[in-house]
Design a protein around this ligand. Structure first.
Ligand SMILES: Cc1cc2nc3c(=O)[nH]c(=O)nc-3n(C[C@H](O)[C@H](O)[C@H](O)COP(=O)(O)O)c2cc1C
Length: 376
């Protein structure tokens, strides 16, 4: 019962040949050591999923103050670089391709986790509790970034990108989505600045643009992707002029020739998706908004994403629960359901590396005789 699916054909991402059009979306799973160094568990996890056309590894902090939660990964010391190299070696040996997401949490951070006061565009606290080593705690007011903080943070992103390449990644994804630091600069409810980084849409996009430009300068634009989530209110961000904001951001970055733009689509189509496609001449990765995680629904969503103009399709939870997602979609086989939310962000191999691959089915003519007797 083989089912041909267009997104399973080979694809290209700049100079990279990909086995298929599917991308494993970045998934924070908190399996790193306390200092952010990747663990052998993570090596197994990513190697299990190497059949994705491209893996974008989970948000990794480019400096200590950017750490969001306990046990998330980092990329700002030699130890981090060496730890990630184990992961990229295993994925490459299994035939996979891998980028690393660079994520600075800004106000999505806590002194109980980092020992530091979070930095953000303005001192507006996250209106939620935040997970720390001691459990959930009320968020604290971040310190407003000075001009020096802005310069140092941009330099940290560039240095982290160099480390990522040194660690064996094909490139990095700059995280400007989901209410993290760059998104906090974009959104007017979290950016109350009156300097060159706040106010008009052109000023609010400046920080995200300068980070992306610095990272592209450090490792080459063809190794750099950018993730955005227009209109998303995750982590309490609110944009007043989504169309104008992203038009300004893309106008500034269009000429850079980045490896890709990665668009998280939240909620029903609102028109901006097609406008962004029209405004972006380069490769577009679309991350559909899945409500149903069955084979049929995931297949339909991936096809719709390509039909709507995406070049590649990113999937998160389907890859989380199915190490052999590509093979399952090829066969039209059922998908493992996502188990126990508890294991998403804590724990060891449970709910992480124990999602089964399809059992290898012996082919009936070579292994089983006509009367069902096992012959091999
Ligand atoms: C457990 C988990 C961790 C996530 N971590 C990240 C992350 O580190 N960076 C990011 O940009 N998005 C993150 N996301 C969002 C996913 O990349 C993706 O956009 C989302 O799951 C929607 O895709 P899906 O419907 O295919 O799961 C995470 C989502 C989940 C479920």
């Amino acid at each position: 019962m083989t089912q041909t699916t267009d997104f399973l054909t080979p694809a290209r991402l700049g100079r990279l040949a990909l086995a298929n059009h599917l991308v494993m979306a970045p998934l924070t799973r908190n399996r790193a050591e306390a200092d952010g160094t990747p663990t052998p568990l993570m090596t197994t996890h990513y190697a299990q999923r190497a059949s994705a056309g491209l893996i974008i590894a989970e948000g990794s902090t480019p400096n200590a103050v950017g750490q969001t939660y306990p046990n998330i990964t980092a990329i700002h010391t030699d130890r981090h670089t060496d730890g990630w190299r184990q992961v990229t070696d295993a994925v490459r040996a299994a035939g996979g391709r891998m980028f690393l997401q660079l994520q600075h949490g800004g106000r999505v951070s806590h002194p109980a986790t980092t020992g530091l006061t979070p930095l953000a565009p303005s001192p507006v606290p996250l209106p939620e509790t935040i997970f720390t080593p001691g459990g959930h705690r009320p968020a604290v007011a971040p310190r407003e970034m000075t001009a020096d903080d802005v310069r140092a943070t941009i330099a940290d992103f560039a240095a982290a990108a160099r480390r990522a390449v040194d660690a064996g990644f094909e490139g990095v994804e700059v995280h400007s989505a989901n209410g993290m630091l760059l998104h906090q600069f974009l959104a007017d409810n979290t950016n109350r600045r009156t300097d060159a980084y706040g106010g008009s849409v052109e000023r609010r996009v400046r920080f995200a643009a300068e980070v992306t430009e610095a990272v592209a300068d450090a490792i080459g634009a063809d190794r750099v992707g950018l993730r955005i989530s227009p209109a998303s209110t995750v982590n309490g961000v609110l944009e007043d002029d989504t169309d104008g904001l992203y038009a300004a951001l893309l106008a500034r970055l269009k000429g850079l020739d980045l490896a890709y733009l990665h668009l998280v689509r939240s909620g029903p189509e609102t028109g901006w998706y097609r406008r962004i496609r029209a405004d972006w001449p380069g490769t577009l990765i679309g991350n559909p908004d899945l409500t149903d995680l069955t084979t049929e629904a995931v297949t339909r969503a991936a096809r719709e994403m390509l039909a709507a103009g995406a070049d590649l399709v990113a999937l998160g939870r389907p890859f989380l629960a199915n190490p052999d997602l590509v093979e399952r979609l090829r066969l039209g086989a059922p998908l493992n359901p996502v188990r126990d939310r508890y294991f998403m962000y804590v724990g060891g191999a449970d709910g992480y590396n124990d999602y089964p691959a399809l059992a290898t089915q012996p082919s009936s003519d070579s292994i089983v005789a006509w009367d069902g007797a096992r012959v091999a």
